[in-house]
Write a protein that binds this ligand. Structure first.
Ligand SMILES: [Zn+2]
Ligand SMILES: [Zn+2]
Length: 376
């Protein structure tokens, strides 16, 4: 319903191709939103910035970025309002950018000393949304597998809410995720193993970490499919009827916590912090990419590395591919365990097969705890 309202409020019947003022309107609104949020973070850093990220911000660059977003929101807003009959998108972007400027823009000073405490990770949400959209939306617009599926396809707002839900409560989530892992290191840490791995070349350490992580992921992912109680949570991730970069965000927090926790636990046994940070960056980029509506493929590579088409088969509602392709990095792990399915085509349909889950974020978050998925 909210999605329909947003689409009606901002949308129109004109063409949305390049050069029609549609994309400049979208960019204006998006940049305006980001710059306004950025200025809010500068005003309330104690409440809206993550203690984990604060020490790493190059503040000059961040201020230049906010300034550029303000200027871009206004420029794209002007282009869009000139080109399009319905001006609301461009005007919204300009209004947000003007509001950001009126609040002090990029030059708002941070005077108080910041201390640890409960926060809302608005900085992390805005930054990750900006980076992910910047990388993946152009790829999906330039080389889509399903060209008719737009960036604002059905249920896109639901996935934005999921994206928010894994970014704003950054402290709770990193605590939940690290809990199984820290428990594991306390009892299982193997110094001999750590020393052995530390002597390997960095790239080999990294490759080994990805292999270990993917084998761990394979088994927790298998359990999420095979144990009926766990499947209720994982079914949320499989409920997307259309896949793209943000569809991968649709995941119940229990699902997310289990997967990340189980991946990090074996990594903590023998790998250094720098390898784990590198892995976290890699898994974010790779997992997002494998959900993309992105057609290009590298034939010789696709047997070794998971490409979008491979993970799309994991998401199909077609019977022949049920409970296949659990690996998220290396298809050969599925081959070893007999769950590999990879025909030369793309799937025809996506989503749950023969069952349905509740609509909306709140119901999807609560219902897996209390009841089974309904048959269709
Ligand atoms: Zn799955
Ligand atoms: Zn997926």
């Amino acid at each position: 319903m909210i999605e329909q309202k947003i689409n009606e409020f901002f949308g129109d019947t004109e063409s949305t191709g390049f050069g029609t003022g549609w994309w400049s309107g979208i960019l204006s609104a998006f940049f305006g939103f980001l710059s306004f949020g950025g200025v809010l973070c500068l005003h309330f850093p104690q409440l809206l910035s993550s203690p984990e990220l604060r020490p790493h911000y190059p503040m000059n660059t961040m201020r230049i970025l906010i300034q550029c977003l303000i200027v871009a929101a206004i420029l794209f807003g002007i282009i869009s309002t000139i080109k399009r009959k319905k001006k609301i998108l461009g005007l919204t972007g300009m209004l947000l950018a003007i509001a950001a400027t009126a609040l002090g823009g990029s030059s708002v000073q941070i005077n108080s000393t910041l201390h640890d405490g409960p926060v809302i990770g608005l900085d992390w949400f805005l930054l990750d949304l900006f980076l992910m959209a910047l990388i993946y939306v152009p790829l999906e617009r330039l080389w889509p597998q399903y060209p008719k599926q737009g960036t604002f396809r059905n249920e896109w707002t639901l996935d934005v809410v999921y994206f928010m839900s894994t970014h704003l409560p950054i402290q709770i989530l990193s605590f939940l995720v690290l809990l199984p892992a820290t428990q594991a290191t306390r009892y299982l840490s193997v110094p001999v193993l750590q020393q052995f791995i530390a002597r390997l070349p960095w790239f080999l350490q990294f490759f080994l970490a990805v292999v270990v992580a993917d084998i761990a992921e394979y088994f927790i992912h298998l359990a999420l499919h095979k144990v009926p109680f766990l499947w209720r949570f994982h079914a949320v991730h499989h409920s997307s009827k259309a896949l793209d970069w943000i569809a991968g965000s649709r995941s119940h927090f229990v699902d997310d916590t289990l997967v990340r926790g189980f991946i990090l636990a074996p990594l903590m046994l023998g790998f250094s912090q720098s390898i784990m940070v590198a892995y976290l960056i890699f898994v974010t980029l790779h997992a997002t990419w494998t959900h993309c509506n992105f057609a290009p493929n590298v034939k010789w590579l696709e047997k070794f590395l998971v490409m979008p088409r491979y993970h799309h088969w994991h998401h199909t509602s077609q019977k022949e591919a049920t409970d296949k392709n659990f690996a998220i990095h290396f298809p050969w792990i599925d081959k070893i365990f007999g769950t590999y399915y990879y025909p030369d085509t793309w799937p025809e349909s996506y989503g749950l097969d023969g069952e349905q889950i509740a609509p909306g974020f709140l119901k999807q978050t609560i219902e897996p705890f209390i009841k089974r998925n309904k048959p269709l």
